[in-house]
Design a binder for this molecule. Structure first.
Ligand SMILES: [Mn+2]
Length: 320
C-alpha cells in the first residue's frame, strides 16, 4: 500500500530494532540510503543494522566508517532503493515478503512491501531519504550528508543525467551546506581509476560490437573475465554506460554472465529509445534511460538476438 512521506517517517519513528536492506550488486544510492538511515536511527537511540546480499564495494566502504555494529532480532524491516523482489539477491531471498516499509524511486516498484513510499521523480532514493530523515527531525551530520550526497551524485552520473531536477541541485546544495565533502566524493567516484579498472576498460573497448548503423552497441562479459583480468567485481561498475558514450549510440546493451550461468542484461538508452519498455518485454524493468532484465538457460548469442529484435522493433516505432 502506498503511504505518504510523513507516514513513512512516522513508521520509522515508531519502530525499533530496525533492519535496513539494500539491493544486490549495491551501488552508491542504495548504500548511501542505508548508511544515512543507519546513522540517523542510531542518533535517535534506536537499534538498527544493515544487510545486503553482496559485499560493500571498497569504494563505498567510507559510507559505513565509524558505524557501530549492532546484533538483534529485527522488529521492523525497511528496504531502500530496491525496485523488485529479484533485486534482493540470493542471500536476502528470505526477506522478500517480510518488508514493512519500502523507500524507493523506481516507477516500476514491484509492490512487495506492506507499505511503500515511491517517488519516481526523485533522481536517487537518497533524495527521498533526505526528506524522510528531516521529517524524523534527525540532525543531518556531515557524515549523513556525505552518504546522501554520494547516492545522489552516483545515481545522476555526477548531476549529468536526465533524472536531475531543480530539487536535485537544491538538495545537493543543502547537503554541501550541511558539510558534505562534494569535491572529495566526486573525485573518488569519477576521477580515480584503479589499474584494474583500466584493464576492464581496455577489454570493453575491443569487445564492443555495433549494430543498426552504429545506433546500438553490445558488450558481452563472460563470468571468467573477473579472474582473467585479475579484477574485482567493483571494477566492473558502470561498464554498462560505456557503450552509450560512443557517438550515435542510442542503445547500449551489456550482457553479463553470472557465476550460476544467468545472463544479466543492463540497457542504457538515449531518447527517444526507452530501456524500461524493452526490458519489460523480458520480465525486467527500470527507468526510461537505464533498465535491466535477466535470462537463464540461454547463450550470449541467443540473448543478443532476442534483444536486438526487440530494439529493432522499438526503433521502427520511433521512426529510426
Ligand atoms: Mn537508486
Amino acid at each position: 500500500m502506498d503511504i505518504t512521506l510523513k507516514k513513512a517517517a512516522q513508521r520509522l519513528l515508531d519502530a525499533d530494532d530496525i533492519l535496513i536492506l539494500s539491493h544486490r550488486s549495491p551501488d552508491g544510492d542504495t548504500l548511501g540510503c542505508a548508511s544515512a538511515l543507519l546513522r540517523g536511527l542510531h542518533s535517535l537511540g534506536k537499534k538498527a543494522r544493515f544487510l545486503c546480499s553482496d559485499p560493500v564495494p571498497k569504494k563505498f566502504a567510507f559510507l559505513f566508517a565509524g558505524v557501530e555494529e549492532q546484533v538483534f532480532e529485527p522488529g521492523f524491516i525497511v528496504s531502500v532503493d530496491i525496485a523488485d523482489r529479484q533485486l534482493f539477491g540470493k542471500n536476502l531471498e528470505s526477506y522478500t515478503e517480510k518488508v514493512d516499509l519500502c523507500l524507493d524511486h523506481h516507477g516500476t516498484n514491484g509492490d512487495f512491501a506492506k507499505e511503500r513510499y515511491v517517488d519516481a521523480k526523485a533522481s536517487a532514493a537518497c533524495e527521498i531519504l533526505f526528506q524522510v530523515l528531516k521529517e524524523m527531525q534527525v540532525t543531518i551530520s556531515s557524515e549523513i550528508a556525505d552518504c546522501l550526497f554520494t547516492g545522489i551524485s552516483t545515481d545522476t552520473g555526477c548531476f549529468r543525467f536526465g533524472n536531475v531536477t531543480p530539487r536535485t541541485h537544491r538538495m545537493a546544495a543543502e547537503l554541501i551546506e550541511l558539510g558534505a565533502h562534494a569535491a572529495d566524493i566526486n573525485r573518488e567516484m569519477y576521477d580515480t581509476k584503479s589499474r584494474a579498472r583500466l584493464e576492464v576498460e581496455k577489454y570493453v573497448l575491443q569487445a564492443l560490437t555495433f549494430h543498426f548503423d552504429g545506433k546500438c552497441a553490445v558488450l558481452c562479459l563472460p563470468a571468467s573475465l573477473v579472474e582473467e583480468l585479475g579484477v574485482e567485481e567493483g571494477d566492473l561498475d558502470g561498464v554498462a554506460s560505456m557503450s552509450r558514450q560512443v557517438e550515435g549510440v542510442l542503445v547500449g546493451v551489456t550482457i553479463r554472465e553470472k557465476e550460476d550461468g544467468m545472463l544479466k542484461v543492463s540497457l542504457r538508452t538515449n531518447p527517444p529509445m526507452n530501456a524500461s519498455e524493452i526490458c519489460a518485454e523480458f520480465g525486467g524493468g527500470g527507468h526510461a534511460a537505464a533498465a535491466g532484465c535477466a535470462f537463464t538457460g540461454k547463450t550470449f548469442d541467443e540473448v543478443k538476438g532476442l534483444l536486438l529484435e526487440a530494439i529493432a522493433k522499438q526503433m521502427e516505432r520511433c521512426g529510426l
